[in-house]
Design a protein around this ligand. Sequence first.
Ligand code: MN
Length: 693
Amino acid sequence: MSAEATNPEAHPEARPELRRRGRSRLDLRRLGRAALLGPTSRDRLPDAIGHVAEAHRAHHPDADMSILRRAYLLAESSHRGQMRKSGEPYITHPLAVTLILAELGAETTTLTASLLHDTVEDTDVTLDQVRAEFGDEVCFIVDGVTKVEKIDYGAAAEPETFRKMLVATGNDVRVMSIKLADRLHNMRTLGVMRPEKQARIAKVTRDVLIPLAERLGVQALKTELEDLVFAILHPEEYESTRALIAAHAGESDPLPGIADSVRTVLREAGVAAEVQVRPRHFVSVHRISRTRGELRGSDFGRILILVGENADCYAVLGELHTCFTPVVSEFKDFIATPKFNLYQSLHTAVATPEGYVAEVIVRTRQMHRVAEAGVVALGNPYATATPDATAHPDEERADPTRPGWLSRLLDWQQSAPDPDTFWTVLRAELAQDREITVFRADGGTLGLPAGASCIDAAYAQHGEAAHGCIGARVNGRLTSLSSPLSDGDTVQLLLAQDTSSGPAAEWLDHARTPAARIAISSWLDAHPDRAMATTTAARAPLSVVGARGGGANAVADLPDATVRLAGCCTPVPPDAVAGFLVRGGAVTVHRVQCAAVAQMRAVGRTSVAVHWRATADCRVTLLAESFGRPHLLADLTEAIAREGVEVVSATVEPPVEGRVRHTYTLQLPDAAGLPALMRAMRDVPGVYDVSRA
Ligand code: MN
């Protein structure tokens, strides 16, 4: 059996979805009961599938329900006698997965395949039978899910495994939608597993499925998965966040009052709108509590305003900014510039006379549906495209079964020299949170991750021919290949006629896309003499010194300040960098062209002068979180030694609930080896997280 479960009631404390998903859970419990009673009476069948049909009809009033009933009959009869770990009949699992998708607005074909998704893997039903009874499309999707399950439930996080998984799902995002809903239901019911297994599944969910949910724009699944992973991998932080939210629930909440004033303002202005207060999910509360320090009542949720038309969004914004005090730095227009995953909304924040600041999101109902359900809401990708508010004419989004980023992923997974490289760059790619579009001087567009340079554009446009790239024109002006590109730039790449030239190792410092990084690395591997000449220069030290305060700020001596390299732009030498003092006296260092720098300057934050220290080595403190087991310390120190790194000191805290935290202060011969070191430590069995202290 490919999925296991427990009784969710046994672990109510680790069930954040209870707060937001009460209705679904009730439905699922009823489904369980209906399925338990079995099809002894034909009247009960509509009861078990009825909730799915009801949710489906809410999104697709004209849908043909008879195919769903037939799929349910086949799934129920073939799974009959099989039980989940919790003792529930197995059919409750495909029903729950299908209900999740139905509530998100998936179309009938996806739901049919979802009901049948485990039959070919776990029962006597064959693919031919599915094809004969439900047609080629349903058969194709069920086959895809079966392939994914086969590989995913092995040693799932292994690079080669994930690579196979991508190939299996790459044909059709509907396979991925089912996989995500399947993982959500399995995560909801993970409680009876051994802690090691829970942590392993949670790590794969964190590293692979959550980024994919983000990429596919399925916010509703993403947030719930995030909370479930948070509860398993960070139980202490989860508990303190839960306590924060519980304490807040006992106090008076300013948001409903603010929502009321907003309603009044909009009614008086004659703008028809629905105003809701949306609680933040646990991970979101945890994130803002780390950036904002002590939270106020208005920090625990956001105000969501739903309207009919695009133009109404701006009308609402106008009223908000007139009748309340806007926090201008919080304003973002994702309607004019949608995110890569189709997300559209206006974001702003307003201050009330009482001094509360409320974050506000304004969108149309259609944008809301896309924000919550992403590709799941796109409907049947094979149906004739009908232009609507969310359709984007550019080629990146023309094929919803194969978004541009997925096509690129599939292209370069074939050219990656080895699974480890693929995995490393894949994680980097998935961590990107937005894309930019640049125009090719010869026509057409390129979709690139934010922060991409001309080098990335060269490989995206010319493939391996980009090895011969010698320069670029951006918006008509000659520029260096390392120049970062902005949304809307026009780029023209200049290639050498002479085919003997190749990339320099420094290019790797400016290449962000997997395609470019893999192509450059492969070329350098094949030309070791050419690589050596430049590698030494490219490998600069990675430590940063805080210098004395710059500008008008009175911040005095900082050489001892804790320095953090910002995760958003990952500065490396010799990037031009800017530092900002953050809570607790630490300095966060960004590349000067990082959007965060402009944002902080816009709100009046003064930067602190920082420069790269000219030392060859670097000392870091790493925290390794792990399950306690014999020889763990020996295995970890051996992994560290294998990377050529010296242990300066090590602290092992006593185990808490079978988990241990090791703190190592390490001396690296070369700071560039840090990512490989952290990877090696993460690969030690039992270790579930390694982070900089
Ligand atoms: Mn399943």
